[in-house]
Design a protein around this ligand. Structure first.
Ligand code: PHB
Ligand code: FE
Length: 327
């Protein structure tokens, strides 16, 4: 293994298909034509490589998000913020827990980020965009044929002015799926001296131009109340086990949701959301989402960094209704 000083990344020589192998603590990651092979002190585990790369892309894109990000029912990461990021295999899966096969290791955020980014740079083919819906992109499979797709370097745009002016026909054309669903701006009359301070944003119009799927982006922040709308199509590449209460409001399209116990992965419920449906989720579940057509979802998060600790101490409710003093 050669240690690349630049990015805290340990990588080996390319295999017969042209892909490098990466090591992170007791884990080793290798890809072949179809699968990611994760070796760990207890054995090896395989994940289809397209699903793996889509999940890695979200995990680093969101800086490991709130709480648990499961790539499938077995492997994933748990964000403990300043304490680091736990990478686990089977730790939150009933069968693996019972058989004592589970494994986990905590890493500093920077080390796991650097390794995941290096994996994407080496493994993502030039014609496979991990942010895109399957109909919009090429295949993740096969031997190395150049790459990576430039979308892996996508950065969130930090707004310096009204976000409305940052998505235009030139930079963000309306997605094909939203051609017939266009928002219409309301009317606003502003005194010229206030033009910089007020704006009217049609959220449908804004989201119709989103160039990625399954990527909640903050469009408004009022103290810790964060509105994070997103556009969805096909399957959320990860299963999210939140460390706090979370809300969804479906704006259009359709979303089916699979709800599991967060810590064992045992299935609890299925729901099918229609436009206008709102789900309020307790802090002890995980959810995966399916969207049969491109859909707009408003994710509402409470960004208070003290919440996981307050929940651990029993000082704050873990069910949405209790949060508002209702039962
Ligand atoms: C979630 O886990 O809450 C989540 C993640 C990505 C999305 C939507 C919801 O696009
Ligand atoms: Fe979630």
């Amino acid at each position: 293994m050669v240690t690349q000083q630049k990015a805290l990344v340990e990588s080996g020589r390319a295999n017969d298909l042209g892909y490098k192998t990466f090591r992170l603590g007791g884990y080793e990651f290798e890809r072949n034509a179809y699968f990611t092979i994760i070796r760990y002190p207890g054995g090896e585990y395989h994940i289809p490589v397209g699903e793996f790369m889509r999940a890695v892309q979200r995990d680093i894109g969101w800086n490991f998000f709130y709480g648990m990000v499961k790539f499938d029912e077995v492997f994933g990461t748990f964000n403990f913020y300043e304490k680091g990021v736990d990478m686990f295999l089977g730790k939150y899966n009933d069968a693996w827990q019972k058989s004592g096969k589970h494994y986990s290791e905590m890493f500093p955020n920077e080390k796991i980020s650097a390794t995941f980014k290096a994996i994407l740079e080496d493994w993502v083919p030039p014609d496979f965009n991990p942010w895109a819906a399957p109909r919009e992109t090429g295949s993740p499979f096969g031997r190395k044929r150049g790459g990576p797709h430039p979308a892996i370097f996508r950065k969130r745009i930090v707004t310096t002015t009204m976000i409305k002016t940052q998505r235009t026909d030139e930079t963000h054309p309306v997605n094909e799926a939203f051609q017939d669903l266009r928002g219409k701006d309301g009317e606003m009359k502003i005194k010229p001296e206030y033009a910089e301070r007020f704006g009217l944003l049609n959220l449908y119009e804004y989201l119709a131009r989103n160039d990625v799927t399954w990527n909640p982006e903050i469009v408004s922040a009022v103290e810790y109340s964060l509105f994070c709308p997103t556009t969805e199509e096909y399957i959320l590449p990860i299963t999210h086990g939140n460390d706090r209460v979370e809300w969804f409001l479906l704006l259009n399209g359709q979303i089916s949701m699979e709800v599991r116990d967060r810590d064992t992965g045992i299935l609890l419920a299925y729901l099918h959301m229609k436009p206008g449906d709102c789900t309020a989720m307790p802090a002890d579940i995980s959810h995966n989402l399916w969207a049969p057509e491109r859909s707009m979802l408003l994710v509402w998060e409470n960004g208070n960094p003290q919440l996981p600790e307050l929940i651990r101490l029993g000082k704050t409710p873990t069910a949405p209704l209790e949060e508002f003093g209702l039962k």
